[in-house]
Design a protein around this ligand. Structure first.
Ligand SMILES: Nc1ncnc2c1ncn2[C@@H]1O[C@H](COP(=O)(O)OP(=O)(O)OP(=O)(O)O)[C@@H](O)[C@H]1O
Ligand SMILES: Nc1ncnc2c1ncn2[C@@H]1O[C@H](COP(=O)(O)OP(=O)(O)OP(=O)(O)O)[C@@H](O)[C@H]1O
Ligand SMILES: [Mg+2]
Ligand SMILES: [Mg+2]
Lengths: 256, 256
């Protein structure tokens, strides 16, 4: 039970939050118990699941500083089987506040340890950097899911996240594997998308999910309603793609 | 002489690099002397200006660690009047390497001081975070240009960068002002774009540039050729928009 997967890529705006939230919701709709942990101080995953700022009085910030156990910060969402551990902007201070703690990269792993068995899947949304917060998520994870926008800069950045995964695997987390690469914002009218998708499949082979997430405006509208795209518009191309991705994900693992 | 402007926003993928490079190139084409400083370890601005990895033997990393003066790291680009101070991935280690230095946030300002007078405009491309590298850029800057993608999450993140600008102004850089907000990836077929643009103008008024950068595939193709969009396809909507933005920018300041 309790597979923990970090959704990470230092390149900004590639669909980390969108993938973490919509995959979490689709796996929950398939009947599994899912927890989404928001490790990004921007708190976009928390907002995407409908939790306003007033509801974040206890957050991951309190958990990482050891003030409360993680279980006390977990809240339900409108989606059955899906819970969220919210983030707040103060989280950005953690990097400085924990600078003197030699074990700072293991805080998240230790905090989530007592919680994991209660869920089939724990997904962790990371900020666009390879600093202390993302390294905490990689140190805690069984696998890392890398959303990759079908654009030139995103392709250039792939080696950076792969190198960091290697470093964490050789250091604090020998079991860390690459769960897969998810191609996002694919636009079939645009040659660049095809080119990038072909390059990534050539380079990463079977580690690239078959399911490709198309660019779809409904995906970018859903967060302002505090809903995953599958709730916002179940028939749209984005919702269908994330439902496919959930089935492919569950199939690859034989189900978490 | 020598206005220094940081291009910053912690939200990822909003068009910081695209705006820094294309605005720098358009201002250079208008006959001003321009320097682009790449403070992002991803090095996307350096790549966008055609500098391969082999040409980055001396970079901002060496400058911030005090090994070479900034002038020694500056290189010409294919665009007359436009020079670049390249970045490398090692730059991401600076946060940890300078953690004990109480003056770490002033390293960039001190390094660029002897250089600024040689240029009409110095633009600094920042990574998607509010850590040591971005704070260095804000501490060195006269103004900050905030690219804002016309999407919901980008709007949510605006208060975060504004708060950081305030903090730096009250601390190490009292002269820091908001140069303006540039709306990017505007898609007129999409209500969300209109909604976000209207919200931002309502909230920030005249600090929002009139020029809006449309979503335009040619903009995202240009980096793979190592060219600004104005060189890649001078007639396209993206090139025209950035040329307008340069004229508006120069008009607002009475020219740097
Ligand atoms: N497939 C898609 N189609 C259309 N819009 C999308 C798609 N995926 C994501 N978006 C939009 O693109 C923007 C970037 O996505 P998102 O915020 O999920 O990326 P991120 O990697 O989490 O960003 P950050 O690096 O800031 O954490 C958001 O406004 C989101 O709504
Ligand atoms: N107006 C536009 N139309 C189409 N594509 C664009 C536009 N502006 C930027 N892009 C593309 O969107 C992606 C994100 O832009 P860019 O990399 O400039 O953002 P950024 O804010 O610098 O990202 P990061 O947060 O990773 O530094 C890139 O692939 C870029 O080519
Ligand atoms: Mg995100
Ligand atoms: Mg960038």
């Amino acid at each position: 039970p309790g597979r923990l997967v970090a959704v990470a890529n230092q390149k900004g705006g590639v669909g980390k939050t969108t993938t973490a939230v919509n995959l979490a919701a689709a796996v929950a709709e398939a009947g599994r118990e899912v927890l989404l942990v928001d490790v990004d101080p921007q708190g976009n995953a928390t907002t995407h699941l409908g939790l306003g700022h007033a509801k974040r009085r206890v957050s991951l910030y309190d958990v990482l500083l050891g003030r409360v156990p993680a279980a006390n910060a977990v809240q339900p969402t409108e989606i059955a089987n899906l819970a969220v551990l919210p983030s707040v902007v103060d989280l950005s201070a953690v990097e400085v506040e924990l600078a003197q703690d030699a074990e700072r990269n293991l805080r998240l792993r230790n905090a989530l340890e007592p919680l994991r068995a209660a869920y089939d899947l724990v997904l962790v949304d990371c900020p666009p950097s390879l600093g202390v917060l993302t390294v905490n998520a990689l140190a805690a994870a069984d696998g890392v899911l890398i959303p990759l926008q079908c654009e030139f800069f995103a392709l250039e950045g792939l080696s950076m996240i792969l190198r960091t995964v290697d470093r964490v695997r050789r250091g604090s987390n020998p079991k860390l594997k690459i769960e897969g690469i998810v191609l996002t914002m694919y636009d079939r009218r645009n040659n660049l998308s095809d080119q990038v998708a072909a390059d990534v499949r050539g380079f990463m082979g079977a580690r690239v999910f078959e399911t490709v997430i198309p660019r779809n405006v409904r995906i970018s509208e859903a967060p302002s309603y505090g809903q995953p795209v599958g709730r916002y518009d179940v028939q749209c191309a984005g919702a269908i793609a994330y439902a496919h991705l959930a089935r492919e994900y569950l199939g690859r693992l034989g189900g978490p």
